[in-house]
Ligand binder design. Structure first.
Ligand code: N01
Length: 860
């Protein structure tokens, strides 16, 4: 115990924790010449590797990569003995690093921070420790790890057991001899899966209590991977840089092979190669889409289950060990050494808690719904209060005395996983909202530490005293973190990534799944833009460039990157014929859209010859009439046809339950304004007159369209109102063209770089209508009389030049007394919502559109 100090010590920075992140943070802060105190509750350096001493504890990232990269000399001096090093070796490494850089002199061991308070007038943190010390510091950095707070055993009767109790996360330093004992292990996550084979070697009887079977692949431990060693020897800097700019923090070649379209032979070959390789990021890279596409994921999951069945000799036990309640990768997969084989040993028993849950821990052992077990020792491998546990337990209170625990009652809220509003000068290393646990931690730790060090250096150089994220920037980042998770299968699992393992913990996806590379890019951009989204203050200074660093949906951004890389010529530089040909080729590569009941093609009489149409009938009984929707495709009156919008029409049909009739109108420049609009009106009249033949309920007719198709749909509504028929129940206008005015802010903001550009829009207008006609309501329906029009659902996209005219039309309709549902496609472009089966984040928007379509009609 340290004696209470009468005068508080003063430091520039206090760091809590002396594991991988705390040690490197100290090293960097010293380089900056700052005074630093590291407080570490353990008796030595090591963090997670100090505590987790259970038998079999190893890293699950190859040691070629699970290592510091900041010191090339260190890399020469230290050689790892294995592909996956044991806990004692990793701890030895961290001691070696601490000694090599003389770090211990600034670390106080056996000192736990009991509270941290921000002192606003002093602009300092007041830190107190369990030894009664009080320390003042400008900056407080928590380097307390993501998996450092053991979960308390939430099992009835825990504490009653009279035998020995062990936690994998707090394993006794002197070791444990379980020879000849009757041992229970509760939990089959990574800790359980690593320790069970070794405990089985000692125990007389081992009983494993499994609640959820886990996916695990053999680690194939041995010498470090030869290919990685070779690359490192060839060019260390290149290799380390590749890691920093990789998705997971380990260089791999990301595949573009999709599970659904790969042949059986390719699937098998890729899976077996990953199984043999025994690397996490290999087995997560069998198919490009296994993290987002259930069907693709099932292929990998089933192949792992096949392996389990081939290893475990008792078919009943094998089946109990096969994970079936979550997608592969949505809970952290494990690397093991002889885990499944352990269940072939006669003295090892598996108790499936799904079939016989634990009723209570007793003095003698464990009682399940079916049996009573007697034990000499119980090992809890029950996991951690991950990512937020150590942070909220630390009693950190920011401005106005609000604690982190209070602020995060509904889930963590951070900017970049680094800082949180209301807590000036408080940094978290690998906090929630950063890639951390989804990545090679050492790479993520170095990136975080470097960013924080760069930030403090900048503040010192600029004479600044405080830094704190803005509410806008933080909310934007939280949204981005959730958007990234939402397009994956991860939120479907009851995982610790979701906080689901701790009773009462809010369900929020905790880490950032956008990738180490994307994350690094975002952090770098924030700094390069003068610390975008941060408020920085100093004597006589208060500066803030507020904003959101990532507003676009992640899959939309990926599509844009892909298209930019494909190097397609801008459509407006082509002839109409060439542009049509190009779009036809790209359309062939798309997913087809959902199955519907029936698709038939036909022609209808137009004002000047026949117009082709395609009818989509929903699945279900073929007899019985449905509401009818007449749909018009997009393409700037120049491009597009029945095929171009086929996936979208299928989607609308499947979601709304309406019969959708997609009509191809005449195109410009061959036939110019107002032909398209007149065709649209004629199609609506025809559909109304032939409703029953089309399978539609007479009088239940809506119009719909996207882009220029939404333009002619809107015009058709105005013409129908003027002609006093037919009756239209509703108009669905997706990113509509309603005006030819290109001066609205959305044109300025989004006029370039988001597929539909100002130049392309000009090209469309030039092909379609003379300037003199562009104010005509049949070209620009915003200029028409809007009274008495059918109710509307208008979809606008954030990154669409047409966004503001869509909003203007919605407002004008409302002003004219027309009910309007305005759907904002957050983070989308003009085209992305329509990319069925490609842009996953468009699906919730289309679900809302489908609902709006259904609402146009009386309930069936
Ligand atoms: O913890 P876990 P862990 N009754 O939460 C079960 C890293 N790590 O310590 O899944 C009965 O994964 C629980 O069941 P369920 C790695 O990131 C890395 O093993 O909640 N059972 C589960 O089976 C890892 O993911 C390495 O239904 C209960 C197990 O206990 C993370 O740390 C090694 C229960 C907990 O599994 C956490 O791993 C070790 C209850 N009341 C850890 N409560 C490396 O290889 C919980 N369980 C580097």
């Amino acid at each position: 115990m340290n004696k209470p100090a009468s005068v508080p010590e003063q430091f520039d920075v206090v760091v809590a924790g002396a594991g991988f992140s705390g040690l490197y943070m100290l090293y960097r802060l010293r380089q900056l010449g700052l005074s630093v105190k590291v407080l570490e509750s353990a008796g030595d350096v090591g963090g997670t590797w100090y505590w987790n001493r259970y038998p079999g504890a190893r890293c699950d990232i190859p040691t070629t990569d699970y290592t510091y990269s900041f010191d090339p000399e260190l890399e020469k001096e230290w050689t790892w003995s294995e592909k996956y090093a044991t806990q004692p070796e990793i701890l030895e490494y961290l001691r070696f690093v601490a000694d090599r850089h003389g770090l211990r002199s600034d670390i106080e061991f056996s000192a736990t921070v009991t509270s941290a308070r921000w002192d606003e007038p002093e602009k300092r943190w007041r830190i107190t420790t369990d030894g009664g010390q009080e320390i003042r510091c400008r900056y407080y950095i928590m380097a307390t790890g993501c998996l450092s707070m053991p979960k308390s055993p939430d099992i009835e009767g825990a504490g009653r057991f009279a035998g020995q109790v062990y936690f994998t996360s707090r394993w006794p330093h002197e070791g444990v001899d379980l020879t000849g004992q009757r041992v229970a292990v509760i939990g089959t996550g990574s800790s359980g899966i690593q320790s069970i084979p070794l405990i089985a070697r000692q125990a007389r009887r081992l009983t494993v209590f499994q609640r959820t079977p886990n996916f695990s692949i053999p680690a194939h431990n041995g010498p470090a991977p030869a290919d990685r060693l070779e690359r490192l020897a060839e060019d260390r800097d290149e290799y380390r840089d590749a890691a920093r700019w990789s998705r997971g923090g380990v260089p791999i070649d990301p595949t573009d092979i999709l599970g659904g379209t790969a042949s059986e032979a390719v699937r098998r070959e890729r899976f077996e190669a990953a199984w043999e390789q025994g690397e996490l990021f290999g087995i997560l890279n069998v198919f490009a889409d296994q993290g987002v596409n259930p069907a693709s994921n099932d292929i990998v999951a089933e192949m792992i289950r096949e392996k389990i069945r081939s290893i475990v000799t008792d078919p009943g036990i094998a089946e109990a060990l096969c994970p079936k309640d979550h997608y592969f990768g949505t809970k952290r997969p494990c690397l093991d050494t002889g885990y499944f084989e352990t269940y072939n040993l006669p003295h090892v028993q598996l108790v499936d808690l799904r079939k016989q849950p634990i009723v209570s821990i007793t003095e003698e052992g464990i009682e399940t719904a079916d049996e009573s077990f007697g034990f000499d020792a119980i090992v809890y491998a029950t996991g951690f209060d991950a990512m937020t546990g150590a942070l909220v337990a630390a009693d950190v209170a920011g401005r106005d005395g609000v604690s982190l625990k209070e602020k995060w009652a509904a889930g963590p809220s951070t900017y970049l996983g680094l800082m949180t509003t209301g807590f000036p000068n408080f940094f978290m290393l690998t906090g929630p909202g950063s890639p951390s646990v989804l990545s090679n931690m050492t790479v993520s730790i170095e990136q975080h530490v470097d960013w924080v060090a760069g930030c403090l250096e900048n503040m010192r150089d600029e004479g600044l005293e405080t830094i704190e994220p803005t509410a806008l920037a933080e909310a934007g980042w939280n949204q981005h973190v959730q958007d990234c998770a939402a397009i994956t299968l991860h939120p479907t699992a009851n995982s610790w990534y979701m906080g689901a393992n701790v009773p009462g913990k809010p369900r929020v996806f905790l880490p950032y799944i956008g990738g180490v590379n994307a994350y690094r890019q975002a952090c770098d951009e924030v700094a390069a833009q003068g610390y975008l989204g941060f408020r920085l203050t100093g004597p006589g200074e208060d500066r803030c460039r507020d904003g959101v660093i990532r507003r676009m949906q992640p899959d939309v951004a990926m599509v844009l990157e892909f298209m930019a890389a494909a190097g397609m010529p801008p459509l407006e530089t082509l002839s109409a014929a060439d542009a049509r040909a190009l779009l036809a080729v790209t359309a062939e590569a798309r997913p087809p859209g959902p199955e519907v009941g029936e698709v038939t093609d036909g022609v209808i009489p137009g004002p000047s010859g026949h117009l082709p149409y395609r009818l989509y009938r929903p699945a279900g009984p073929s007899e019985g009439l449905r509401p009818l929707v007449v749909y018009f495709h997009g393409g700037g009156w120049v491009l597009g046809n029945l095929d171009s919008d086929d996936p979208l029409c299928r989607d609308l049909c499947a979601r709304s339950g309406a019969v959708v009739v997609s009509v191809n109108y005449r195109h410009a420049p061959e036939v110019r304004f107002p032909a398209a609009a007149l065709d649209a009106f004629a199609a609506v009249q025809w559909a109304d007159a032939n409703a029953i033949e089309l399978g539609g309920i007479p009088g239940q007719l809506a119009v719909a369209g996207w882009s220029a198709g939404a333009n002619v749909a809107a015009v058709a509504c105005q013409l129908a109102r003027g002609a006093e028929g037919p009756h239209i129940s509703g108009q669905l206008l997706v990113c509509p063209v309603v005006d030819s005015d290109m001066t609205r802010p959305s044109y300025t903001e989004n006029g370039d770089g988001y597929i539909l550009t100002t130049a392309l829009m000009r090209w469309f207008w030039d092909h379609y209508a003379d300037p003199a006609d562009r104010g005509d309501p049949r070209a620009a329906p915003l200029h028409g009389n809007l009274e008495g029009l059918p109710e509307a659902c208008i979809v606008t996209a954030d990154f669409d030049p047409l966004r503001d005219e869509g909003v203007a039309y919605a407002r004008a309709l409302e002003a004219a007394g027309v009910p309007v549902r305005l759907v904002r496609a957050r983070g989308h472009t003009h085209t992305s919502v329509t990319m069925v089966g490609v842009v996953i984040s468009g699906a919730p928007v289309r679900a809302e559109i489908g609902e709006a379509l259904g609402d146009f009609f009386p309930a069936p």
